[in-house]
Each structure stands twice: as C-alpha cells, then as structure tokens.
Design a protein around this ligand. Structure first.
Ligand code: PGA
Length: 269
C-alpha cells in the first residue's frame, strides 16, 4: 500500500496482518456544501488514535470530489478520497461519464465498482465490472469490488455459486500482485438499505467463500492479503461484531455514513 503523509501511523490488524478499511458510500446524497460540513464534523469527532486503527475512505458524489480534495489536503485530514463509480475508457465520446484518470487526478485512491445498485439500475454486467476494475488499476487506484447474492439466490442455496461467479468474472484475469491489492465488499443485496443486516455468521460465511475463491485462483499468499469488507445495514450498534470476524477487514457503510456522528461511532466501535 502506498504510504503517504496521512497514513504514517496506520497499523495493520495484529491478528490478520491486514489493514482495516471502513468506507462511507454516500450514494446520491449530500451536495458539495453539505459534504464539506459532514467531513469537517467527522474530522472533529475522531481522535488521533482512531486513524491508527483503521483506514477511512469517503465516497461522495462526483460533484463533491474537488471541494473535498481541497479540504482534506489543506487541513491535512487523514481521510482517503473515494469515488462510487467510473467509466472503463480513459476518455472519449461517453456523454455524462467520468473516467478513472480524471478521478486519479483528484487524488481519489479507492473506487467502488459493481455496487448492486449499479448492476441493478444501470445494467452493469460482469464484463463491465471487469473492465472498470482494469481501468481503476491502470490509474493506480484501488477498486472496492462489490459482490452479493439476492434473497432469492440465498433461499435457493446458491449464495456460494453466486459469489464465486461474481469474483471470478470481475477479477480472475488479474495478475497476483494486483489481485492481492483488491478490496472486495461482501454486500448481500437483501441487507442493503433495509435496516436488516446479515448475521455475523452469514457475513463471515460469505467472506470466507470469497477468500477461498482467491485461494483457488492465486493461492494462499494472495488470499491471506486480500481485504474483504462487509456491507449492508451496518450501524454503530452492529459494527463491532462484524469487525471481529476472522475474514472481515472492514465495512462499506451507506445510510449510517451520511451522519458524521453515527459514522464516527462506527469507526470507534
Ligand atoms: P446501507 O448501504 O449501509 O445503507 O445498507 C450499504 C451499501 O449500499 O454500500
């Protein structure tokens, strides 16, 4: 991982050797003025020790990126700037799209790719997700690749097959040195935005399936390094139990990350 001024004190989890990562996915919420206020408040609420325990990425809408870049930079805040999506081509006639090099130029370090809302509402296929992962790596950023089963798939007992096929389609082309730098977010679709999170045992089971897929493609060394987040109705009350799980290295937080108070409490949990 690149070491910058802002993460000098970041320590890996002694149990796993992996760096923890908690990410705020704001989705289509908070305009640039609200974004500045939210990040200032979050920075005020966190203690220096919080940053040594966990890397924190904030994924606002595109229009907030430039103001937040300036704020984070000028106040030397220890947040990673993230994006929620990008196009897979570096430039061209794609009206309304934003490319990975444009994000990298704004010091964006992490890009969420293949969120279930993008797959569902914007017809993102596994091939598109794969191309976007490639684009993110080409611009030296880290993809946070979202995978997860629907309620129906879960009830049919096909969770494992679904996770395996999503990881395979999105990532199997990667060389081991890139595969180990991926972050995979296990987000059961039935748990997103519903207020009903997965049970810790379900989150662990999903994460363990994902780590096993990495093992089968790239071997144990890579599987031990890849970071896996849980996402889906994370809140200050349930965050700690997910963070304690063997195969969970972080959280992808939607609703509860919009309020700086509750996001700070998640980080401190
Ligand atoms: P949620 O969203 O925390 O509101 O369930 C999570 C996500 O979609 O990443």
């Amino acid at each position: 991982m690149a070491k910058g001024r802002n993460d000098m004190e970041l320590r890996p989890n002694p149990r796993t050797g992996r760096y923890r990562l908690i990410s705020a996915n704001w989705k289509m919420n908070l305009n640039h003025l609200e974004a500045i206020q939210a990040v200032q408040k979050l920075s005020f609420l966190l203690r220096p020790a919080d940053y040594s325990y966990v890397e924190i990425s904030i994924h606002p809408p595109f229009t907030d990126l430039r103001p937040l870049q300036l704020l984070i930079d000028s106040d030397q805040m220890r947040f990673r700037l993230g994006a929620q999506n990008c196009h897979f081509e570096p430039s061209g006639a794609f009206t309304g799209e934003i490319s990975a090099p444009m994000l990298a130029k704004l010091n964006v370090s992490h890009v969420i790719i293949g969120h279930s809302e993008r797959r569902q509402y914007f017809c993102e296929t596994d091939e598109i997700v794969r191309a976007k992962v490639e684009a993110v790596f080409r611009s030296q950023m880290t993809p946070i690749v979202c995978v997860g089963e629907t309620l129906q798939e879960r009830e049919q007992g096909s969770t494992e097959a679904r996770l395996r096929s999503q990881v395979e389609a999105a990532l199997s082309f990667l060389a081991p040195e890139l595969a180990e730098r991926c972050v995979v977010a296990y987000e059961p679709i039935w748990a997103i935005g519903t207020g009903v999170s997965a049970k810790p045992s379900d989150a662990q089971a999903g994460a363990s399936i994902i780590r096993n897929v990495f093992d089968s493609f790239w071997g144990n060394e890579v599987a031990r390094k890849v970071r896996i987040q849980y996402g889906g109705s994370v809140n200050p009350t349930n965050a700690a139990e997910f963070m304690e799980l063997d195969d969970i290295d972080g959280l992808l937080v939607g609703t509860a990350a919009l309020d700086p108070d509750s996001f700070a409490r998640i980080i401190q949990a």
